[in-house]
Ligand binder design. Sequence first.
Ligand code: PLP
Length: 422
Amino acid sequence: MSSFDTSPTGNFVIGEHDQDALVAIGRRTMSKNFRQQPLVAVKGEGMYIWDRAGKRYLDFIGGIAVNGLGHSHPRLVEAGSRQLAQLWHVSNLYFNEPQILLSERLSEAFVDGRVYLCNSGAEANEAALKFARRYGSITRKEPNRTNFITFKKSFHGRTMFALSATAQPKYHKGFEPVVPGFRYAMFNDIDSVAALMDDTVCGVLVEPIQAEGGIIMPETGFLKDLRQLTEDNGALLLLDEVQCGVGRTGSFFAFEQEGIRPDVVTLAKALGGGLPIGAMITTEEVADGFQPGSHGSTFAGNAVAARVALEVLNVLEDDQLISHVRTAGAYFMQQLDRLAKKYDFVEGARGRGFIVGLGFNKEYAPEAMLRSMERGLLINRLNPHTLRFLPPLIAQHSHIDAALDILADVFEDLKRNPPNLE
Ligand SMILES: Cc1ncc(COP(=O)(O)O)c(C=O)c1O
Protein backbone atom coordinates (compact mmCIF):
# COMPACT_ATOMS: atom_id res chain seq x y z
CA MET A 1 0.00 0.00 0.00
CA SER A 2 1.48 3.33 -1.00
CA SER A 3 1.52 6.24 1.40
CA PHE A 4 0.85 9.89 0.92
CA ASP A 5 3.84 12.19 0.73
CA THR A 6 3.26 15.95 0.80
CA SER A 7 6.81 16.86 -0.26
CA PRO A 8 7.22 18.78 -3.53
CA THR A 9 8.38 15.64 -5.29
CA GLY A 10 5.68 13.52 -3.72
CA ASN A 11 2.01 13.36 -4.56
CA PHE A 12 0.23 16.03 -6.46
CA VAL A 13 -1.04 18.97 -4.43
CA ILE A 14 -1.95 22.32 -5.95
CA GLY A 15 -0.86 24.99 -3.52
CA GLU A 16 1.21 25.77 -0.46
CA HIS A 17 -1.63 25.88 2.08
CA ASP A 18 -1.67 23.25 4.77
CA GLN A 19 -4.87 21.44 5.77
CA ASP A 20 -5.98 23.94 8.44
CA ALA A 21 -5.47 26.88 6.10
CA LEU A 22 -7.41 25.16 3.30
CA VAL A 23 -10.30 24.37 5.65
CA ALA A 24 -10.36 28.01 6.78
CA ILE A 25 -10.51 29.22 3.15
CA GLY A 26 -13.25 26.70 2.34
CA ARG A 27 -15.31 27.75 5.34
CA ARG A 28 -14.90 31.42 4.39
CA THR A 29 -15.64 31.16 0.66
CA MET A 30 -17.88 28.16 0.00
CA SER A 31 -21.64 28.20 0.44
CA LYS A 32 -22.72 26.99 3.87
CA ASN A 33 -25.07 24.16 2.94
CA PHE A 34 -22.68 21.28 3.74
CA ARG A 35 -21.38 20.13 7.10
CA GLN A 36 -17.84 19.10 6.10
CA GLN A 37 -15.42 17.59 8.59
CA PRO A 38 -12.05 19.38 8.69
CA LEU A 39 -10.52 16.84 6.29
CA VAL A 40 -9.18 17.87 2.89
CA ALA A 41 -8.90 14.73 0.79
CA VAL A 42 -6.02 14.78 -1.68
CA LYS A 43 -5.52 11.18 -2.74
CA GLY A 44 -7.49 7.96 -2.96
CA GLU A 45 -6.41 4.42 -3.70
CA GLY A 46 -8.57 1.32 -3.32
CA MET A 47 -10.24 1.36 0.09
CA TYR A 48 -8.22 4.32 1.41
CA ILE A 49 -8.02 8.08 1.15
CA TRP A 50 -5.35 10.45 2.43
CA ASP A 51 -5.86 13.96 3.74
CA ARG A 52 -3.69 17.02 3.12
CA ALA A 53 -1.81 16.34 6.36
CA GLY A 54 -0.82 12.86 5.16
CA LYS A 55 -3.21 10.87 7.39
CA ARG A 56 -4.70 7.71 5.90
CA TYR A 57 -8.36 6.69 6.36
CA LEU A 58 -10.14 3.42 5.68
CA ASP A 59 -13.17 4.49 3.65
CA PHE A 60 -16.43 2.84 4.71
CA ILE A 61 -18.67 5.56 3.31
CA GLY A 62 -17.30 5.55 -0.26
CA GLY A 63 -18.38 9.06 -1.21
CA ILE A 64 -21.92 8.19 0.02
CA ALA A 65 -22.31 5.04 -2.10
CA VAL A 66 -20.52 6.52 -5.10
CA ASN A 67 -17.04 4.96 -5.08
CA GLY A 68 -18.34 1.44 -5.70
CA LEU A 69 -14.97 0.31 -7.01
CA GLY A 70 -13.05 2.25 -4.39
CA HIS A 71 -10.69 5.04 -5.31
CA SER A 72 -8.61 5.36 -8.48
CA HIS A 73 -9.45 1.87 -9.71
CA PRO A 74 -6.78 1.17 -12.36
CA ARG A 75 -9.31 0.14 -14.98
CA LEU A 76 -11.41 3.27 -14.44
CA VAL A 77 -8.28 5.44 -14.52
CA GLU A 78 -7.22 3.82 -17.79
CA ALA A 79 -10.64 4.03 -19.45
CA GLY A 80 -11.28 7.59 -18.24
CA SER A 81 -7.80 8.83 -19.18
CA ARG A 82 -8.02 7.42 -22.69
CA GLN A 83 -11.44 8.96 -23.15
CA LEU A 84 -10.19 12.31 -21.79
CA ALA A 85 -7.41 12.26 -24.37
CA GLN A 86 -9.85 11.47 -27.17
CA LEU A 87 -13.25 13.14 -26.76
CA TRP A 88 -14.97 14.87 -23.84
CA HIS A 89 -18.24 16.35 -24.97
CA VAL A 90 -20.31 16.92 -28.10
CA SER A 91 -23.80 17.66 -26.66
CA ASN A 92 -26.92 15.78 -27.67
CA LEU A 93 -26.93 17.27 -31.12
CA TYR A 94 -24.90 14.12 -31.90
CA PHE A 95 -24.25 10.69 -30.42
CA ASN A 96 -21.02 9.60 -28.77
CA GLU A 97 -19.85 6.00 -28.60
CA PRO A 98 -19.64 5.55 -24.79
CA GLN A 99 -23.19 6.83 -24.21
CA ILE A 100 -24.58 4.37 -26.76
CA LEU A 101 -22.70 1.38 -25.37
CA LEU A 102 -23.62 2.32 -21.79
CA SER A 103 -27.28 2.73 -22.73
CA GLU A 104 -27.24 -0.65 -24.43
CA ARG A 105 -25.88 -2.30 -21.27
CA LEU A 106 -28.41 -0.61 -18.98
CA SER A 107 -31.23 -1.41 -21.39
CA GLU A 108 -30.23 -5.10 -21.30
CA ALA A 109 -29.92 -5.11 -17.50
CA PHE A 110 -33.50 -3.80 -17.20
CA VAL A 111 -34.58 -6.06 -20.11
CA ASP A 112 -35.64 -4.02 -23.13
CA GLY A 113 -35.34 -0.75 -21.23
CA ARG A 114 -35.16 2.74 -22.72
CA VAL A 115 -32.39 4.77 -21.11
CA TYR A 116 -32.18 8.48 -20.40
CA LEU A 117 -28.71 9.48 -19.19
CA CYS A 118 -28.29 12.55 -16.98
CA ASN A 119 -25.91 13.91 -14.37
CA SER A 120 -27.17 13.11 -10.87
CA GLY A 121 -29.70 11.23 -8.78
CA ALA A 122 -32.03 14.19 -8.46
CA GLU A 123 -31.98 14.66 -12.22
CA ALA A 124 -32.76 10.99 -12.79
CA ASN A 125 -35.77 11.27 -10.44
CA GLU A 126 -36.78 14.55 -12.03
CA ALA A 127 -36.91 12.75 -15.38
CA ALA A 128 -38.82 9.80 -13.88
CA LEU A 129 -41.49 12.12 -12.46
CA LYS A 130 -41.76 14.04 -15.72
CA PHE A 131 -42.04 10.82 -17.73
CA ALA A 132 -44.77 9.58 -15.39
CA ARG A 133 -46.83 12.76 -15.75
CA ARG A 134 -46.50 12.66 -19.53
CA TYR A 135 -47.48 9.01 -19.50
CA GLY A 136 -50.59 9.68 -17.42
CA SER A 137 -51.81 12.77 -19.15
CA ILE A 138 -50.71 12.19 -22.76
CA THR A 139 -50.10 8.48 -23.40
CA ARG A 140 -53.12 7.39 -21.33
CA LYS A 141 -55.06 10.49 -22.43
CA GLU A 142 -56.21 11.15 -18.85
CA PRO A 143 -55.51 14.84 -18.23
CA ASN A 144 -56.20 14.55 -14.47
CA ARG A 145 -53.75 11.72 -13.93
CA THR A 146 -50.97 13.95 -12.60
CA ASN A 147 -50.63 13.06 -8.91
CA PHE A 148 -47.96 11.00 -7.16
CA ILE A 149 -47.75 8.92 -4.03
CA THR A 150 -44.38 8.93 -2.24
CA PHE A 151 -43.34 7.93 1.28
CA LYS A 152 -42.65 9.52 4.63
CA LYS A 153 -38.92 9.39 5.51
CA SER A 154 -38.04 9.15 1.79
CA PHE A 155 -35.23 11.00 0.06
CA HIS A 156 -35.22 11.68 -3.67
CA GLY A 157 -32.96 14.71 -4.14
CA ARG A 158 -32.91 18.50 -3.93
CA THR A 159 -34.32 19.83 -7.20
CA MET A 160 -37.85 21.14 -6.63
CA PHE A 161 -39.69 18.18 -8.16
CA ALA A 162 -37.48 15.61 -6.39
CA LEU A 163 -37.63 17.67 -3.18
CA SER A 164 -41.42 17.73 -3.34
CA ALA A 165 -41.38 13.94 -3.67
CA THR A 166 -39.14 13.78 -0.59
CA ALA A 167 -41.58 13.54 2.31
CA GLN A 168 -39.41 14.93 5.09
CA PRO A 169 -40.54 18.36 6.31
CA LYS A 170 -36.99 19.40 7.27
CA TYR A 171 -35.96 19.37 3.59
CA HIS A 172 -38.98 21.49 2.55
CA LYS A 173 -38.45 24.17 5.19
CA GLY A 174 -37.96 27.57 3.60
CA PHE A 175 -38.56 26.29 0.07
CA GLU A 176 -42.34 26.13 0.10
CA PRO A 177 -44.51 26.10 -1.84
CA VAL A 178 -43.40 22.70 -3.08
CA VAL A 179 -44.58 21.32 -6.41
CA PRO A 180 -48.25 20.33 -6.07
CA GLY A 181 -49.50 16.83 -6.67
CA PHE A 182 -47.75 14.74 -3.97
CA ARG A 183 -49.47 12.51 -1.43
CA TYR A 184 -47.35 10.95 1.30
CA ALA A 185 -47.96 7.37 2.49
CA MET A 186 -46.23 5.25 5.16
CA PHE A 187 -43.44 2.91 4.05
CA ASN A 188 -44.30 -0.75 4.75
CA ASP A 189 -47.99 0.09 5.11
CA ILE A 190 -49.80 -0.89 1.92
CA ASP A 191 -53.17 0.21 3.35
CA SER A 192 -51.87 3.75 3.70
CA VAL A 193 -50.99 3.68 -0.02
CA ALA A 194 -54.32 2.18 -1.03
CA ALA A 195 -56.09 4.92 0.93
CA LEU A 196 -54.37 7.59 -1.20
CA MET A 197 -54.75 5.78 -4.53
CA ASP A 198 -57.30 6.88 -7.13
CA ASP A 199 -57.52 7.46 -10.86
CA THR A 200 -55.60 10.74 -10.64
CA VAL A 201 -52.39 8.99 -9.53
CA CYS A 202 -49.88 8.60 -12.36
CA GLY A 203 -47.05 7.13 -10.33
CA VAL A 204 -45.82 5.78 -6.99
CA LEU A 205 -42.16 6.60 -6.31
CA VAL A 206 -40.33 4.54 -3.68
CA GLU A 207 -36.80 3.61 -2.56
CA PRO A 208 -36.52 -0.20 -2.27
CA ILE A 209 -34.56 0.48 0.94
CA GLN A 210 -35.15 3.86 2.57
CA ALA A 211 -31.58 5.00 2.92
CA GLU A 212 -31.39 8.60 4.16
CA GLY A 213 -34.51 7.88 6.22
CA GLY A 214 -32.48 5.49 8.41
CA ILE A 215 -31.75 2.29 6.38
CA ILE A 216 -35.35 1.15 6.65
CA MET A 217 -35.82 -2.26 5.05
CA PRO A 218 -38.95 -3.20 3.09
CA GLU A 219 -41.02 -5.85 4.83
CA THR A 220 -41.45 -9.07 2.85
CA GLY A 221 -44.07 -8.59 0.15
CA PHE A 222 -44.47 -4.81 0.56
CA LEU A 223 -42.90 -3.95 -2.81
CA LYS A 224 -44.80 -6.79 -4.49
CA ASP A 225 -48.04 -5.42 -3.04
CA LEU A 226 -47.12 -1.97 -4.33
CA ARG A 227 -46.50 -3.45 -7.78
CA GLN A 228 -49.95 -5.03 -7.73
CA LEU A 229 -51.69 -1.92 -6.41
CA THR A 230 -50.15 0.33 -9.06
CA GLU A 231 -50.95 -2.14 -11.83
CA ASP A 232 -54.57 -2.46 -10.70
CA ASN A 233 -54.98 1.32 -10.69
CA GLY A 234 -53.24 2.32 -13.91
CA ALA A 235 -50.35 4.01 -12.08
CA LEU A 236 -46.65 3.51 -12.73
CA LEU A 237 -44.27 2.06 -10.17
CA LEU A 238 -41.10 4.17 -10.06
CA LEU A 239 -38.15 2.80 -8.07
CA ASP A 240 -35.43 5.13 -6.84
CA GLU A 241 -32.29 2.99 -6.80
CA VAL A 242 -29.95 5.96 -6.76
CA GLN A 243 -28.33 4.78 -3.52
CA CYS A 244 -28.99 1.05 -3.47
CA GLY A 245 -28.57 0.21 -7.18
CA VAL A 246 -25.50 -0.91 -9.18
CA GLY A 247 -24.77 -3.99 -7.08
CA ARG A 248 -24.82 -2.53 -3.58
CA THR A 249 -27.51 -4.86 -2.21
CA GLY A 250 -26.08 -7.98 -3.85
CA SER A 251 -27.97 -7.76 -7.15
CA PHE A 252 -27.50 -5.17 -9.90
CA PHE A 253 -30.92 -3.69 -9.14
CA ALA A 254 -32.30 -4.09 -5.62
CA PHE A 255 -35.74 -4.91 -7.10
CA GLU A 256 -34.42 -8.19 -8.51
CA GLN A 257 -34.51 -9.62 -4.97
CA GLU A 258 -38.14 -8.58 -4.55
CA GLY A 259 -39.47 -10.55 -7.51
CA ILE A 260 -40.87 -7.46 -9.23
CA ARG A 261 -40.15 -5.30 -12.26
CA PRO A 262 -40.95 -1.60 -11.97
CA ASP A 263 -42.02 0.63 -14.86
CA VAL A 264 -39.18 3.03 -14.16
CA VAL A 265 -35.92 2.77 -12.23
CA THR A 266 -33.40 5.50 -11.48
CA LEU A 267 -29.67 5.11 -10.88
CA ALA A 268 -26.78 7.49 -10.16
CA LYS A 269 -24.09 7.42 -7.43
CA ALA A 270 -22.09 4.19 -8.03
CA LEU A 271 -22.87 4.16 -11.75
CA GLY A 272 -20.06 6.59 -12.56
CA GLY A 273 -17.62 5.23 -9.97
CA GLY A 274 -17.02 8.84 -8.86
CA LEU A 275 -17.83 10.82 -12.00
CA PRO A 276 -21.23 12.51 -12.09
CA ILE A 277 -23.77 10.52 -14.06
CA GLY A 278 -27.35 9.37 -13.55
CA ALA A 279 -29.75 7.23 -15.52
CA MET A 280 -33.47 6.73 -15.78
CA ILE A 281 -34.52 3.46 -17.35
CA THR A 282 -38.08 2.74 -18.37
CA THR A 283 -40.24 0.55 -20.56
CA GLU A 284 -40.85 1.25 -24.22
CA GLU A 285 -44.46 2.15 -23.45
CA VAL A 286 -43.57 4.83 -20.89
CA ALA A 287 -40.69 6.11 -23.02
CA ASP A 288 -43.13 6.73 -25.87
CA GLY A 289 -44.45 9.75 -23.97
CA PHE A 290 -41.27 11.67 -24.79
CA GLN A 291 -40.42 13.06 -28.19
CA PRO A 292 -37.42 15.14 -29.29
CA GLY A 293 -37.52 18.35 -27.29
CA SER A 294 -39.69 17.16 -24.41
CA HIS A 295 -36.77 16.80 -21.98
CA GLY A 296 -32.99 17.15 -21.97
CA SER A 297 -29.77 18.40 -20.44
CA THR A 298 -26.63 19.78 -22.07
CA PHE A 299 -24.27 17.43 -20.25
CA ALA A 300 -26.50 14.34 -20.41
CA GLY A 301 -24.52 11.37 -21.71
CA ASN A 302 -21.16 13.12 -21.43
CA ALA A 303 -18.57 10.91 -23.12
CA VAL A 304 -16.07 10.75 -20.23
CA ALA A 305 -18.67 10.02 -17.54
CA ALA A 306 -20.33 7.43 -19.80
CA ARG A 307 -17.02 5.75 -20.67
CA VAL A 308 -16.10 5.39 -16.99
CA ALA A 309 -19.62 4.13 -16.15
CA LEU A 310 -19.32 1.52 -18.89
CA GLU A 311 -16.04 0.38 -17.35
CA VAL A 312 -17.69 0.22 -13.91
CA LEU A 313 -20.16 -2.28 -15.37
CA ASN A 314 -17.32 -4.24 -17.01
CA VAL A 315 -15.38 -4.51 -13.74
CA LEU A 316 -18.50 -5.49 -11.75
CA GLU A 317 -18.94 -8.39 -14.14
CA ASP A 318 -15.32 -9.43 -14.68
CA ASP A 319 -14.52 -9.43 -10.95
CA GLN A 320 -17.88 -10.96 -9.96
CA LEU A 321 -18.29 -8.19 -7.43
CA ILE A 322 -22.03 -8.55 -7.00
CA SER A 323 -21.78 -12.08 -5.63
CA HIS A 324 -18.83 -10.90 -3.51
CA VAL A 325 -21.11 -8.22 -2.01
CA ARG A 326 -23.61 -10.90 -0.97
CA THR A 327 -21.05 -12.92 0.99
CA ALA A 328 -18.92 -10.05 2.29
CA GLY A 329 -22.02 -8.04 3.20
CA ALA A 330 -23.45 -10.96 5.20
CA TYR A 331 -20.10 -11.35 7.00
CA PHE A 332 -20.00 -7.62 7.82
CA MET A 333 -23.53 -7.57 9.25
CA GLN A 334 -22.94 -10.73 11.25
CA GLN A 335 -19.69 -9.41 12.79
CA LEU A 336 -21.23 -5.98 13.40
CA ASP A 337 -24.13 -7.60 15.23
CA ARG A 338 -21.74 -9.71 17.28
CA LEU A 339 -19.89 -6.55 18.31
CA ALA A 340 -23.15 -4.69 18.98
CA LYS A 341 -24.26 -7.35 21.46
CA LYS A 342 -21.37 -6.46 23.79
CA TYR A 343 -22.67 -2.93 24.37
CA ASP A 344 -26.03 -2.10 25.86
CA PHE A 345 -26.16 1.24 24.02
CA VAL A 346 -25.85 -0.40 20.56
CA GLU A 347 -29.02 -1.88 19.06
CA GLY A 348 -27.89 -3.95 16.10
CA ALA A 349 -27.30 -3.88 12.37
CA ARG A 350 -29.83 -3.70 9.55
CA GLY A 351 -29.40 -3.60 5.80
CA ARG A 352 -28.54 -5.78 2.84
CA GLY A 353 -25.20 -6.34 1.10
CA PHE A 354 -23.10 -3.22 1.54
CA ILE A 355 -25.82 -0.81 2.65
CA VAL A 356 -25.82 -1.15 6.41
CA GLY A 357 -27.16 0.88 9.32
CA LEU A 358 -26.35 0.51 13.02
CA GLY A 359 -28.71 1.84 15.67
CA PHE A 360 -27.99 3.26 19.12
CA ASN A 361 -30.54 3.64 21.89
CA LYS A 362 -28.76 6.86 22.88
CA GLU A 363 -27.77 9.80 20.69
CA TYR A 364 -24.26 8.41 20.23
CA ALA A 365 -24.00 8.36 16.42
CA PRO A 366 -22.37 11.78 15.91
CA GLU A 367 -19.71 11.06 18.51
CA ALA A 368 -19.14 7.52 17.21
CA MET A 369 -18.55 8.97 13.77
CA LEU A 370 -16.04 11.54 15.06
CA ARG A 371 -14.17 9.06 17.22
CA SER A 372 -13.98 6.64 14.26
CA MET A 373 -12.55 9.37 12.07
CA GLU A 374 -9.91 10.20 14.69
CA ARG A 375 -8.90 6.53 14.52
CA GLY A 376 -8.76 6.50 10.71
CA LEU A 377 -12.18 5.09 9.77
CA LEU A 378 -14.67 7.06 7.67
CA ILE A 379 -18.34 6.35 8.34
CA ASN A 380 -21.42 8.52 8.43
CA ARG A 381 -24.23 9.32 10.85
CA LEU A 382 -27.71 9.40 9.37
CA ASN A 383 -29.34 10.83 12.47
CA PRO A 384 -28.35 11.03 16.16
CA HIS A 385 -29.28 7.36 16.62
CA THR A 386 -27.99 5.78 13.41
CA LEU A 387 -24.62 5.16 11.76
CA ARG A 388 -24.43 4.31 8.08
CA PHE A 389 -21.85 2.15 6.33
CA LEU A 390 -21.56 2.16 2.53
CA PRO A 391 -18.20 0.54 1.85
CA PRO A 392 -16.96 0.25 -1.71
CA LEU A 393 -18.03 -3.06 -3.21
CA ILE A 394 -14.37 -4.13 -3.38
CA ALA A 395 -14.09 -4.29 0.45
CA GLN A 396 -12.47 -7.58 1.50
CA HIS A 397 -12.79 -9.43 4.81
CA SER A 398 -9.48 -7.90 5.90
CA HIS A 399 -10.91 -4.37 5.45
CA ILE A 400 -14.08 -5.37 7.29
CA ASP A 401 -12.03 -6.78 10.17
CA ALA A 402 -9.93 -3.61 10.29
CA ALA A 403 -13.08 -1.45 10.40
CA LEU A 404 -14.57 -3.62 13.13
CA ASP A 405 -11.38 -3.36 15.22
CA ILE A 406 -11.65 0.42 15.08
CA LEU A 407 -15.36 0.31 15.91
CA ALA A 408 -14.69 -1.99 18.87
CA ASP A 409 -12.17 0.54 20.15
CA VAL A 410 -14.67 3.39 19.62
CA PHE A 411 -17.49 1.57 21.44
CA GLU A 412 -15.17 0.74 24.33
CA ASP A 413 -14.23 4.42 24.47
CA LEU A 414 -17.92 5.45 24.35
CA LYS A 415 -18.59 3.10 27.26
CA ARG A 416 -15.71 4.48 29.34
CA ASN A 417 -16.10 8.12 28.27
CA PRO A 418 -19.74 8.63 27.33
CA PRO A 419 -20.41 11.75 25.29
CA ASN A 420 -21.96 14.70 27.05
CA LEU A 421 -25.42 14.88 25.50
CA GLU A 422 -26.52 18.03 27.31
C1 PLP B 1 -32.28 7.43 -2.80
C2 PLP B 1 -31.71 8.72 -3.31
N1 PLP B 1 -32.32 9.36 -4.33
C3 PLP B 1 -31.85 10.49 -4.83
C4 PLP B 1 -30.71 11.08 -4.33
C5 PLP B 1 -30.21 12.37 -4.91
O1 PLP B 1 -29.06 12.12 -5.65
P1 PLP B 1 -28.09 13.34 -6.02
O2 PLP B 1 -27.50 13.83 -4.75
O3 PLP B 1 -27.08 12.72 -6.95
O4 PLP B 1 -28.91 14.37 -6.70
C6 PLP B 1 -30.04 10.46 -3.27
C7 PLP B 1 -28.85 11.08 -2.69
O5 PLP B 1 -28.42 10.79 -1.59
C8 PLP B 1 -30.55 9.25 -2.76
O6 PLP B 1 -29.94 8.62 -1.75
